[in-house]
Write a protein that binds this ligand. Sequence first.
Ligand code: GAP
Length: 435
Amino acid sequence: MEKSENLMEKIVALCKRRGFVFPGSEIYGGLANSWDYGPLGTELKNNIKQLWWQTFVHARADMVGIDAALIMSPKVWEASGHVAGFSDPLVECKKCHQRFREDQIGGVCPNCGSKEFNEPKQFNLLFPVRLGPTEDSSATAYLRGEIAQAMFVDFKNVLDSSRVRVPFGIASQGKAFRNEITPGNFIFRTREFDLMEFEYFVKPEEWEKWFEYWRGEMHRWLIAIGADMSKVHEHEIPDGERAHYSERTIDFEFDYPFGQKELYGLAYRTDFDLKNHFADAPYKDPETGEAYYPHVIEPSFGLDRTVLVSLLSAYQEDGERVYMKFPPRIAPYKAAVFPLLSNKPELVAKAKEIHAMLLAHPLPTAWDDRGNIGKRYFAQDEIGTPYCITVDFDTLGESHEELKDTVTVRDRDTGKQERMKISELKNFIAWKTYA
Ligand code: GAP
């Protein structure tokens, strides 16, 4: 069977069965288009988040991070243009009365096939929230529709409290909320989602250079998370279709099983946002003393879409065997430890010792003593564990003295096994998985 056949169904089923992603509020009949990350999905998602922070913040001298409030003053969203302009065109089918985003349906109702719609209305995506116990409209605020605004609003605070100078970036990770008209396709489009993005502040005349630079870095990131690069495409968003703040945008699109759609965005936001929030130029060139508004390049990475692309790209079928070829760095577990037989106390004791040693490193390591070894390999392959370590009778030195204190280490991708000294395991797994 072709790998791509029913791939989405296979991924959704595997995610539920193995604890990557569950339908939200399931025991109450579910809440449409909401999803919960289970134990393994949480590890995968956190590993991606940490790798992103490591890559774009810790490994660079020109980037600092913030972690801002999810509910900001409503004045932020008025100044940013989101109250007036953060909307999608909503149409209602005249026949079945279902509502859709006009730009997603090509003039035909996906529900009943009718071509007759009411006049499109602009539907604002911001989620209002009421603060405090009053009914007074002055207490209405919004959940943040993008995480970017805090990085503009806090611009001067960051500047005054750290040593960054243009060119530099402010990075952030966290939830954003949008009242999407048509959420769907698993974790691809939801009403709450995680974003990872940075605003990179540059001299106005250098924006094109930095735009190209970040375009390249976004490619390198996609390779690092194991995205199938043959399915990645760049799409230049034409005039008239870009977000209200952008003068140039390239979308990174991916061939999902449900079509070629957006994965990430790279936008040139000019000085639009800083000008909206600061009446006076907020930056002074340390050499010339000239005050000006820096311009902004914004690489924006949806975290849930990153998880989806890493799942879709990792999925491999090899005969009966299914394995998730995650780059070891983002795999939920780095290794698994098994005693060959679960009813031999000496084997179990030795295997537990190794398991404890790896956990203490700390290397996230699974334990399994159920069923036979083949089934355990199968189960670890399916969750993408790069190495399986088995303690057998040779480990105890029962037949060959020279094999005492060695174990077998099996590689997920090749299925090949090699014997290794227990004393070498920790460094080997840590080195191979960058943990
Ligand atoms: N600050 C720029 C910004 O928010 P965006 O293109 O509106 O730009 C950025 O969103 C990224 O967030 C997208 O490229 C996508 O990865 C992700 N994203 C947007 N809407 C989403 C949704 N409803 N569900 C999941 N991810 C979403």
